[in-house]
Design a binder for this molecule. Structure first.
Ligand code: SAT
Ligand code: MN
Length: 603
């Protein structure tokens, strides 16, 4: 590959001199420039099969697919060792761990010393976004993990296309990654937004190690997006096709493992009536104001890094179909037929003769809760293989967004769906959304935590400034490019996870969620009946098409119920959460909280 005369960044540092400096410090045995070709991929796979760090799956049923088992201490993102390294602490804000760049240099740079001895340093030039898109951003990741190389080839556009972009724009985000010795005590994920740079050491896990994803496309990009007047969000993008053939695009933010991938790939039970869903992206949306005053969104990724458990032919057939070839499975179980398996993949008794995610023989025992696949096991698959992939998923200008959906996993309080009254109210709804925690981040499972716009772990700057940026985006005031959001999307909140007094889910979820999307579409079109409640517009019981669901009127009422007492507690808790931002909190959000308290009868 032609590497000569690559770029010099605006700060004067050439790509080659940065790589030389990293190599001199980490001392790899050799340096390999990745071109992203199939031949290169196959060669790395062959090496990993030979040293047993990869297992080939059944080539008849899972062609070109492999199982990777990570170190058992390295199975999820590690927020406690993820830092934003800005010069001023205030710029990182209270929701991020902060370290000044000089301290990072002292504490973390030494962990890279000689870290690549005996290993290959792979140089991965990659692009987030379609090559011809004005949204596209280039990065270069240096890594000593061949698993990262294989994954980045699926998740990004790798190789010459990225070098061409770097040469043309003079811009790239440098990222240095080493597995180190995988010691959790020497694990650091360091972001330098002022230099658009990342260092990651001590972990090989997806969000920690595939630097294009959470590190570049969310943390660094969100920082840049604020300066430039756009949004880098932790959102799926889908298109809802209606009976006229028209497609309405929606972006949705949910915390990890809340069914984001399922919603993005939804198989519609209303297909006979003409409603179907197209997938544009399942995790990240870059959104800019278009010349038409609408918000246009692009998925910067090229693949899906989806949670395996709970993904089955019944719950997400499109994901199952996507991950049937050219896929890497991480920390799933292996059947006797050399096929991947995880909890929720099949119904009934798990197959006999499996090996669990740790490589041990697995015997299903209904008496204990021992699982075969890790709860955060994953599939890494090319987006183009998805049966529902939108014909517009790689459009350079993105797709126009008519609705933003916020959601979380709440057993109580939040109704199935409600619409905010205004952009400002919608920003409040997003800023105070909450969810019960899941396995995608290490820590306790099942605790309610507030996770504004599902960006708590991913906002690369002060979250109070982030709220203000969201408010500014809707102010119809021109941004730095002179653009105004004159046609802002409607903002909704959903909760598929409400439970009844018997502890059972009230709503069937999965494909049936299309009925809720349909109501949103009708609201956008100025149809769709709603009742006014203290929290916003909730559908009237007959506004949702519930035909064939067999939900009792009592169940529908419970799904849509807004309980003043519960919401008083909720609003007080939201107020406490917002007040943690102190004087930095935009006054508009404080006013929204007071308005909600008044609505629910708090004096
Ligand atoms: O765990 S990752 O951050 O790699 C993926 C996700 O949670 O979306
Ligand atoms: Mn995510």
């Amino acid at each position: 590959m032609a590497i000569a005369e690559t770029s010099v960044r605006q700060d004067g540092q050439s790509l080659e001199s940065w790589i030389d400096a990293c190599a001199a410090h980490t001392r790899p045995d050799r340096i390999h420039w990745c071109d992203g070709s199939q031949a290169e991929y196959d060669a790395i796979v062959a090496e990993m099969l030979a040293n047993k760090s990869l297992t080939q799956l059944n080539p008849a049923t899972y062609p070109n697919s492999y199982l990777y088992r990570s170190d058992k201490s390295d199975v999820a993102r590690t927020e406690e060792v993820t830092f934003i390294c800005t010069e001023r602490q205030r710029d990182a804000g209270i929701t991020n761990n902060w370290m000044p760049p000089s301290q990072a240099q002292q504490r973390v740079w030494p962990l890279f010393k000689d870290a690549m001895r005996g290993r290959t340093m792979y140089v991965i030039p990659y692009l987030m976004g379609t090559p011809s898109s004005p949204f596209a951003k280039a990065g270069v990741e240096l890594t000593d993990s061949p698993y990262v190389v294989l994954s980045m080839r699926t998740m990004t556009r790798m190789g010459q296309v990225a070098l061409d972009h770097i040469r043309a724009t003079g811009a790239y985000a440098p990222g240095l990654h080493s597995l180190g010795d995988l010691d959790p005590n020497k694990r650091f994920i360091m972001h330098f937004p002022e230099e658009e740079m990342v260092w990651s050491v001590g972990s090989g896990y997806g969000g920690n190690a595939l630097l294009g994803k959470k590190c570049l496309a969310l943390r660094l990009a969100s920082y840049t997006a604020r300066r430039e007047g756009w949004l880098a969000e932790h959102m799926l993008i889908l298109g809802l096709q209606d009976p006229t053939g028209n497609v309405t695009y929606m972006a949705g933010a949910f915390p990890s493992a809340c069914g984001k991938t399922n919603l993005a790939m939804l198989v519609s039970p209303l297909e006979a009536q003409g409603y179907r869903v197209w997938t544009v992206g399942d995790d990240i949306a870059w959104m800019r104001i278009g010349p038409d005053g609408r918000l246009w969104a692009m998925n910067p990724e090229a693949g899906f890094f989806g949670v395996a458990p709970g993904t089955g032919a019944d719950t997400n057939p499109n994901a199952i179909a996507t991950a049937h070839s050219n896929t890497i499975f991480t920390n799933v179980a292996l059947t006797a037929e050399k096929e991947p398996w995880w909890e929720g993949m099949t119904t009934g008794t798990p197959p006999a003769g499996m090996t669990d995610w740790l490589g041990q023989p697995y015997q299903y025992d209904p008496a204990n809760k021992k699982v075969a696949a890790h709860a955060n096991s994953r599939f890494t698959a090319p987006a183009r293989q998805c049966p529902s992939i939108s014909p517009h998923w790689e459009d350079p200008q993105g797709v126009p967004i008519s609705a933003i959906i916020f959601g979380g996993r709440r057993a109580r309080v939040a109704p199935l769906v409600y619409q905010s009254r205004s952009w400002e109210h919608g920003v409040y709804v997003g800023a105070t959304m909450a969810s019960e925690t899941t396995a995608a981040a290490t820590g306790k499972v099942g605790v309610v935590r507030r996770d504004p716009m599902a960006m708590l772990p991913f906002c690369g700057y002060n979250m109070a400034d982030y709220f203000q940026h969201w408010l500014d985006m809707g102010q119809r005031v021109a941004n730095a490019q002179g653009q105004r959001l004159t046609a802002p999307p409607a903002i909704f909140h959903v909760n598929w996870f409400r439970k009844g007094t018997d502890g059972k889910f009230l709503w069937p979820g999965f494909g049936q969620n299309v009925r809720v999307l349909r109501w949103m579409l009708e609201r956008i079109q100025g149809r769709g009946a709603a009742q006014e409640t203290p929290i916003g517009h909730v559908p009237t019981p007959d506004a949702l098409d519930l035909e064939g669901l067999n939900l009792s009127p009592a169940t529908v009422a419970a799904l849509l119920h807004v309980d003043r007492n519960e919401w008083r507690t909720e609003a007080l808790d939201s107020g406490r959460f917002l007040s943690e931002f102190g004087d930095d909190l935009p006054a508009t959000l404080r006013e929204q909280n007071s308005a909600l308290l008044r609505e629910v009868g708090w004096h």
